[in-house]
Design a protein around this ligand. Sequence first.
Ligand SMILES: [Zn+2]
Length: 948
Amino acid sequence: MKKIYTLFLFGFIVSNVFSQQVLKSPFVAAADKCGFSAEMEKNRVRGFNDAAYEAEMQRLINEFKQLNNFGPPTTIFSVPIIFHVIYDGNTESTIGTGANLTQAIVTAQIQQLNADFANLSGSGYGSATDLGVRFVAAKVDPMGNLLCEPGIVRINWRSQSGWQNPSGLSSMNAVMTHFDNVVKPQSYWDPYRYVNIWLADFSGSGLLGYATFPAMSTLPGLGNSETDQTAGVVVMSGSVGSLSNPGTASPYQYGRTLTHELGHFFGLRHITGDANCGNDYCTDTPPQNALTSGCPAPGTANGCTPSVPKMFENYMDYSNDICLNTFTLNQSESCQVVMLNSPRRKELPSSTTGVSPMLNRIFFKPGQTTVSETASGACPRYKEYPITVGVESTANGNATLSLSKTGSATEITDYTITPSSVTYTNGDATDKVFTLRIYDDAIIESAETIQLAFNISGTGVQQSIACGSANQYTITITDDDFNYSINNTMPTVTLLSENFGITTGSNQVPAGWVTSNAAGTSTTNKWVGNNTGAGTYGFSGNTLHISNGNSTAVTNGTAAMAYSSTATGTDARAVTPLLNAAGLKDISVSLKLVSNGEIDSGTFYDFGLVYYTLNGTNYSVLTVLNNDVYLQGITSSTTLNINLPAGTIGTSNLRLMFRWISDNSVANQPPFAIDDVVVTGKNVTVESQLNHAATENILSTSGSSNFYSSNDGQVIAKLSNPSVSPGCLTATITQAGNTNISLSSTAATYLRSEKVVNISPAIANTTASYNVTLYYTTAELAIWGANFANLKLMKVKNGINLGGLINSADAEVVNAVIDDQRATKGYASFSGDFTGGFSQFLLVYQTSVVPVAILNFDALSNNKNIVLNWSTSIENNNKGFFVERSIDGNQFEPISWINGKMNSNIISHYTYTDNYVEPDVIYYYRLRQKDIDNNEKLSDVRQAKIKG
Ligand SMILES: [Zn+2]
C-alpha cells in the first residue's frame, strides 16, 4: 500500500530543478491528504447527523430543482475571497520565497478555481456542470481600506502570539488543532463578507488541506462545529497554483486542492462517501471503493457492485491534479442549495468587499523581478521584458503616465525603457505596457537595480499612496561576466577524484565525506564503503553504496550492496568534501553508478538523486539522465557525466550530495551505489589562434571587460576603465605565431611579437583612453629570452602595414606592467595605458634608436642663390648638420654648420641659403648630421643650378 505523503514529497523536492530549495525533514507520519473525515467526525461529536442533514438538503434540492427546471444553475454567485498567506519572517520575508507566495500565483489559483467551478476544465462527462460560484479577490480589508495586493493578507507567523512554525506540525490533527484554535481565531476576516483561505507550509504533516462543512441551520443534527472564527479552508502553500502557473507540491501543484476543499466548503463529500462504495448523496457520481491515487487509465473499474468505470476525474476524488476536471449536476445542485441556505455562505454574494473603492487606481502588474543581463544575437546584445501597468477598473478622465527611474543601474548603458510615456482616456481599461531592454555587457560587476515608480499628469488615473508595492517595481539585473582564472598549463582542474579505495571510520566512508540517514531511526539502508556486491553489478574494488547490513557487518566491511524493503522511510545522504571551484567554469561531474529501486504506475518510490549546494544549506537537484532527476532502473555500473548549471561558476563553496530514498515496500536491487566520482572545472587558456575573436558591448567608463573568444572561450584581451563608452568592440587575433619580426618606425627599430591583437570599435572612436591587457602563452614568448623583461606594448593605427616603415606619429609605445605567470600557469600578461582610440596591439622590443629622422631635404634655385630646406621628425642627441657641397658629385666640402635641436620629437624645419654660386654650374649638396658622440650620418644628395 502506497502512502500519499510519499507522492507529494517527491514533488516539492524536484520541482524547479535548478532553483535552490531548502531540504526540509521530509519524512512524516502517514496521513490523508484531506482532513474532511476528521472534520466530519468533529461535527458528529457536536451532534451533526449525516442522515438528517442530507434529508434536509434533499428537501431543499427538490424545491430548488422545481424552481430551476432541473438544469444547471441560472444564478452565478460571485463571492469575495481572501488568502491569509502565512510565512516565516526569518527565512521567507521576500515575497516569492517558500510559503510567501506571489500575487501572481494567488491570482492564478483564483483563475483555476473559476475555470473549475465554471466547468471549463475539459470534462468529458455529460453530467459535468457549472457549480454556480465564482471567486473574486477581495479589494478591501474589513475596515474598508484598499488592499494593495487584492485577495492577499500576509502574516509572518513569528510575529503572532502563540503561533507555531507550520512546517513543524507533524500530523493532520496537529495542523487542524493549531489552525482551529490559534491561527483562525486570531486572523479570520468577517466570514459573512469573505471566504477565508489560510495558506501555510505544513508539508511536514502529510496534509494538503481541509475545509469546514456547511450547516443547514442550528437545529439538532443540522448544525456543526463551524463557527464565525473557523469557517473557511486551509491548504498547503505548495498546492496553490494553476495549470499555467503551477505550485510546487507535485503532483498536487495545479490548484485542485483548493477546488476540492472549496467543494467541501460548499457541501460536497468525497466521491467514495468516505466508505468502501459509500454514499456521497449524488446519484450522478458512481460509487467507488477507495479514493484514487495517481491518474488511472480511463475506464478503470470502481471496485463496487455493479462494476462501472470510476469517475476519478471528479474534483472530490484524490487523483493527481492533472487529471481532475469534473463537478456533476448533482454536486452543482448541492452547492446551489448551500449558497442559498447555509449560514455565512448565503451572505457572501451581497458582500461588496470584492469591489475596489479606487476604480481608476493604477498599479504595476506582477512581472519579472530578477533578470540576467545574458542575451544573444549581434552586438549590442540585449533582451526585452514587458513592464505592465493595470488599472483597477477604468480611467475616468485623461492622464499621461511616465515612469520615474532610480536605482543603481544606469539608464542608456544598462537599460532603456520605451515609450517614455503612455496616455489614458476616459473609460480606458487597457493594460499599458512599457518595454524594458536590458543590455548585455562584459563588465564584471555586482547586481544592479532599477526602481520604477509612477509620474502621473492629469486626473484620469491615480495611485494609492498607501500601496508602496503596487506603486513601485524593482528589477534586479544580475551579472553574467566573470574573471576566470587563466592557466595555460592546466586547462582542466580536478576538484575531486574519489574511488573509495581508501576508507576510514566505521562506515568506511572516505575522509571529508559526510553521510547521514535523515530518517533518523533506521539502522539499515545507510551509506557504507566496501566492495561487497560490487562485482555483481559491474564495479571493481570498493564503492560507496546503500546497505541494509547490520552494524557489525558495516564495521567489518561486509555490509552488502542491497537495501531493505521493510525499513521505514529511508532518506540516506552522502555529501562530498568542500570543493573549491573559484575562478573555474564548466564544472562537471563524472561517476559510475547503479541505482535501481521502485517505480509503480509512473510514480517513483525508491530511487537516487544527485544535488549540489553552494552554501551547505540549500540543495538543488540535478537533472542526471534523460532530462530527469530520478536515478532508477540502472542495474549495472554505468558512467554518467553531469554538467552543473551556470550558477556554480566560480564558487568556492561547492559540495555534491548523493541521496537515496526508499519506502517500506518492494525492493528492486541494487540500491544507489557510486564509484570513481570525479569533479572537474576549467580554467581559461590564452587565445593563440588566427582570426579567433570576441565582440563585447563596452558601455561603462569604469570596471573591466574581458574578451573571451566566441570560438572557444579562450582569453584574448581585457579592457579596463575606458574614458568613454565606446560601444561594441571586437578583439581579433589578426596575426598569430611564436616568432618575432622586425618592425621599423621613423623613431626606432624594433622586434615585434608575431601575435597581433586588433581591437576595433563598431563606431569609429579616436579619443578613448583606457588600459588594455594582452595575454601571451609561454610558447609565444619563448623567443624573447632575456629580452622578455624589456617588452613594451605598441599600438599601431588601423590600416598601417606593420611590414613597412611606420611613421612614428602612427604608433604609440608604452611601458607594460607585466604579470609573469609563465613558470606556473604558462602565460604572461602585459597591461598598459593608451589614448586616442583603438587599433592594432602587439609587443615590441626596441633594438635601436634612430638619432635623427630627416623627413625631407631639397635644394632649389632662387634667382641668384640656391636655398636648401630640410626638416626632421625626431632628433636624439643631435649636435647639428654640416652642409656639404660638391661640383662633381664626388668630392664634397663643408660650406656651413647649422646647430640641431639636440632632442626633439616634433617636426623641426631648417633652411640654408648658398649665395656663392655661379650661373649654369650644377652644384651637389648633402647634409652630414653629427650627434654629441660625434657619430655622423649622411643624407641623400640633391642638386641645383641658377640660370645665367
Ligand atoms: Zn476532501
